[in-house]
Design a protein around this ligand. Sequence first.
Ligand code: ZN
Length: 210
Amino acid sequence: MRILALADRIVRRLESPRARDIFGAVDLVLAAGDLPYPYLSYLSDVFGSTCLFVAGNHDDPLIYDSEGAPIQGPVGWVYAHERLVEVDDFLVIGFSGSIAYNPGKPYHYSQTDMWFRVLQAAPHLWLRERQRQRRLDCLLTHAPSAGIGDGPDYAHQGFQAFRWLVERFRPRYHVHGHVHLYGNATPAWQTYNATQVVNAYGCQIIDTDP
Ligand SMILES: [Zn+2]
């Protein structure tokens, strides 16, 4: 499966009408937050693939009408926050938000808040893994895991609950954003146990193993 992963920064080449020619066909688009909703709506249209997203700490609240169509939110995207979503046998679970450095704002959570959300989802994930006899394919989050690609400052610290999930469920991929990459100082890809951790700042192409 060929995946286009996005976060945090608009990529000019993706805004081009030739984006599909430049990047090629993708089976799945994953957005890890802090991207304008019109940009995401446009990319859903251009690539015509299944698109899953979580929200970042700078995103506006999502508002849907009674039919489930977004009034404020990306068109053509499935919101994966606290949900298990399966696309062609590729299982994704998502969590929006970052550490609450600005409490009261949408998508700002404390470590305890996130523990609560992850532990609530864990039994469903465990059951789904048993049913399909395969581990989780992708954890999709805005913030990173604590100590794995997070930042030294408070606002960019990762969630302990994500690290527990990565250690316990060993997803093949953890796609996140929130930590901006400048130059080559911080790698976009790193391996942690059995997981490829991908910081999708801008964009990354992920070619999954068969
Ligand atoms: Zn962020």
